[in-house]
Ligand binder design. Structure first.
Ligand SMILES: C[S@@+](CC[C@H](N)C(=O)[O-])C[C@H]1O[C@@H](n2cnc3c(N)ncnc32)[C@H](O)[C@@H]1O
Length: 475
C-alpha cells in the first residue's frame, strides 16, 4: 500500500486552493462538501468559481500566489495549470508541513484525492494511488449502482440508536448480530422504501425482541424485464440478492434467476399459456405461506409485474393477509423489445400514441376493441398475440386497417436469440408460420415499424437498404 487512506475533519479548518479554473472548481466543491473553509487565490476565475465567491461560499482573492499564503491553511491544492508554479506551491507546502495535492501530478502530491461514493455519513473512497484514475472512477460507478442512496439515512438511524442498543445489549456479539439484522432486514428495507418512521418502528420492535422468535417475512414483487439481465433495475438486483426464496415463472430468463442469492430456495411456478405448474390461486397461497414462515420472498416476473403480469392479484392477496410487500417495476416487453429491434413506439411523424393490448383474453378469445385499435398515427403493441395471430390480423384489416400497414414480430426480444420479422399486417400470419415464429413474442403494428430499416442496431445485416416489396423481411 503506497498511501494510507484516512478521513480528515476539516470543519474548523481553512484550505488554500491556488487556481480557479474548471478543475479547481471540482476540488473546491469537494472541500465545501466536507464543510471546509476555502480561500482561492488566482489572477482569474472561471464563472463557476466566481459564482461560489459571489454566493459567499468561498473567499476569492484575484491575485498571484505568494509564499505567505502558506501561513494559515491546513491543506493546500495546487490547480494552476502552470507546472513551475504548481511545483513551487508544492515545495512551499512541504516545507511548512502542510499536506498538498497537485492536480494530475502524483509525484508532487503528499496526499491524493480519491474517487468518492457519498452516502453521508457513509463515505466510500476509492483510489488507485494515482496509477489509473479512470479505473478508480469505474469502480466508483459500480459501487454507486449497488449502494442504495438511502444508506446515509440508515447510518443516521443506527447512530441515533447506538446508545439505546448499547444499554440493552451490553454484550458485543449480541450487539453486532442485532445491527447486522437491522442493516440487512426489514429496518433497512423500510428505509430504502423511504418509510423512515416505519424503519424506526421496526428497529424499536427488533430491540424489544418482540419479533425475534418469529421474524416477519415479506414479499418483493419484482419485474425482471424482458430477458437481458442488463435491463434489471438496481433495486431489483439488490432484492434478488437478499431474498431467501425465489418464486419465478417461465418468462424469467435463467440468467436473471441466476443473479438471485446463491443459497436461495428456487420455486418454479410455470405459467405458460394454459399450462401452469401452479395455478394463480396456488401461487397466491404459496406467497402467503412462505412469508408467514418468516421468509423474504422474491416473486420474480417477466417484464413489468403490473402489465399483463397478474401482479395486482398476487399483491391483493398479500394485502388482504396483512403481509409486507414491495413492488419493483421492470422494463415491459413492448419497451424492451421495441428498443432492441430499433422500432420507436412513438415518433412525431408516424405515431402520437401507443396502445398496449393483450391478444389473449381471460376467456381464451381474441376479442379486442377493433375500432379503437384501427386509428391513424397510432402504434399497437400486442402481447400474447401469437396464438390468435390469424384472427388478430384479419380483424384489424376487416375493421379498416390497410393490409399494407407495416407490422413486426419480435421473438425472444432483448435475449441472445432475438429474431425480428418485418412484414405487412396482411402477410404477417403466413410469414410468421413460414419462419416458425413462436412465443415469447410481441407484435408491433404501425408506421413506426418502417423505421427499423434505419434504426436497427442489434443485427449488422439490418443496415442494408430497405427492400421495395412488401414481402416479409427477417431481421
Ligand atoms: C404474460 S405476458 C407478461 C408481460 C410482462 N409482464 C411484461 O411487462 O412484459 C407475456 C407476453 O409478454 C410478451 N413478452 C414477454 N417477454 C418477451 C420477450 N422477451 N420477447 C418478446 N415478447 C415478450 C409476449 O407477448 C408474451 O406472450
Amino acid at each position: 500500500m503506497n498511501y494510507l487512506p484516512i478521513f480528515i475533519d476539516l470543519t474548523r479548518s481553512q484550505c488554500l486552493v491556488v487556481g480557479a479554473g474548471e478543475v479547481a472548481h471540482r476540488k473546491i466543491e469537494t472541500l465545501l462538501k466536507a464543510k471546509a473553509g476555502v480561500v482561492v487565490v488566482s489572477k482569474t476565475a472561471c464563472t463557476a468559481v466566481a459564482a461560489m465567491a459571489a454566493a459567499g461560499d468561498i473567499k476569492l482573492e484575484l491575485r498571484g500566489y505568494i509564499p505567505t499564503d502558506m501561513n494559515s491553511p491546513s491543506l493546500v491544492i495546487a490547480a494552476t495549470g502552470d507546472h513551475a508554479l504548481n511545483k513551487c506551491i508544492a515545495d512551499d507546502a512541504r516545507r511548512c508541513r502542510i499536506p498538498v495535492n497537485v492536480v494530475d501530478n502524483p509525484a508532487l502530491c503528499s496526499f491524493i484525492m480519491p474517487s468518492i461514493v457519498d452516502r453521508s455519513p457513509v463515505v466510500i473512497a476509492v483510489s488507485t494511488g494515482g496509477a489509473a484514475p479512470v479505473l478508480a472512477r469505474i469502480l466508483r460507478t459500480k459501487l454507486e449502482t449497488i449502494i442504495p442512496a438511502s444508506y446515509g439515512r440508515l447510518a443516521d438511524l443506527m447512530h441515533d440508536f447506538r446508545g439505546t442498543v448499547r444499554e440493552k445489549l451490553p454484550h458485543g456479539i449480541a450487539r453486532r448480530r442485532f445491527w447486522e439484522q437491522a442493516a440487512t432486514g426489514s429496518v433497512a428495507e423500510r428505509m430504502f422504501e423511504g418509510k423512515d418512521q416505519a424503519a424506526v418502528e421496526e428497529l424499536e420492535k427488533l430491540l424489544a425482541g418482540t419479533d425475534r422468535g418469529a421474524p416477519s417475512g415479506e414479499v418483493y414483487l419484482v419485474g425482471g424485464g424482458p430477458g437481458d439481465p442488463d435491463l434489471l433495475t438496481f433495486r431489483a438486483l439488490r432484492l434478488m440478492q437478499q431474498a431467501e426464496v425465489v418464486v419465478y415463472d417461465r418468462l424469467v430468463a435463467p440468467q436473471i434467476v441466476d443473479l438471485c442469492r446463491k443459497d436461495a430456495e428456487r420455486v418454479f411456478v410455470g405459467k405458460q399459456r394454459d399450462r401452469h405448474a401452479l395455478d394463480q390461486v396456488e401461487i397466491n397461497t404459496l406467497l402467503v405461506r412462505l412469508s408467514r414462515a418468516g421468509k423474504r420472498v422474491i416473486r420474480l416476473k417477466g417484464g413489468d409485474p403490473f402489465l399483463f403480469g397478474r401482479g395486482g392479484e398476487e399483491i391483493d392477496t398479500l394485502a388482504a393477509n396483512g403481509i409486507n410487500f414491495q413492488i419493483v417495476p421492470g422494463i415491459t416487453a413492448a419497451s424492451g423489445c421495441a428498443a432492441y429491434a430499433g422500432i420507436p413506439l412513438t415518433h412525431r411523424d408516424f405515431a402520437q400514441q401507443c396502445l398496449f393490448v393483450t391478444g389473449h383474453q381471460k376467456d381464451g378469445t381474441t376479442t379486442l376493441p377493433w375500432d379503437v385499435l384501427v386509428k391513424p398515427q397510432q402504434t399497437i403493441a400486442i402481447y400474447m398475440g401469437m396464438h390468435g395471430i390469424d384472427e388478430l390480423c384479419a380483424q384489424l384489416v376487416a375493421h379498416g386497417m390497410s393490409g399494407e400497414m407495416p407490422a413486426a414480430i419480435i421473438e425472444r426480444g432483448t435475449m441472445p436469440g432475438q429474431r425480428v420479422l418485418v412484414s405487412t399486417i396482411a402477410d404477417l400470419p403466413v410469414a410468421a408460420k413460414n419462419e416458425a415464429y413462436a412465443a415469447p413474442a410481441i407484435i408491433i403494428v404501425g408506421e413506426v415499424v418502417k423505421l427499423r430499416d434505419r434504426l436497427a442496431w442489434r443485427e449488422t445485416n439490418a443496415r442494408q437498404p430497405p427492400p421495395q416489396s412488401s414481402a416479409p423481411r427477417r431481421g
